[in-house]
Design a protein around this ligand. Structure first.
Ligand code: FES
Length: 101
């Protein structure tokens, strides 16, 4: 699946991945602003992204534990996801994720 990240510098980076989490793909490729400090266990929020509104149907909304984590982040909104919780697959092809500040 092709996944596009928009960094806080407005740089657009499109990466191709076939498995693993979106966070791991971003970290492996050095996407600025995605740190993945907790290693993908939904407990740090350094992988916070805002999904494009029209892509929410592809990503779905945050799980309960993920939403609890996002609640602690002032920049979270209804399009927020922790991208370690997004498993790469064909369903995510073409999504655009804005890296949260
Ligand atoms: Fe820590 Fe996603 S990497 S919450």
């Amino acid at each position: 699946a092709k996944i596009t990240f928009i960094t806080s510098d407005n740089e657009s980076i499109t990466l191709e991945g076939s498995s693993g989490s979106v966070m791991a793909l971003a970290v492996e490729n050095g996407v600025k602003g995605i740190d993945g400090d907790c290693g993908g266990v939904c407990s740090c929020a350094t992988c916070h992204v805002h999904v494009s509104p029209e892509d929410m149907k592809k990503t779905g909304t945050a799980s309960e534990i993920e939403a609890d984590m996002l609640e602690l982040d002032d920049n979270a909104d209804e399009f927020s996801r922790l991208c370690c919780q997004l498993e790469i697959g064909d369903h995510l092809d073409g999504v655009v994720l804005r890296v949260a500040k």
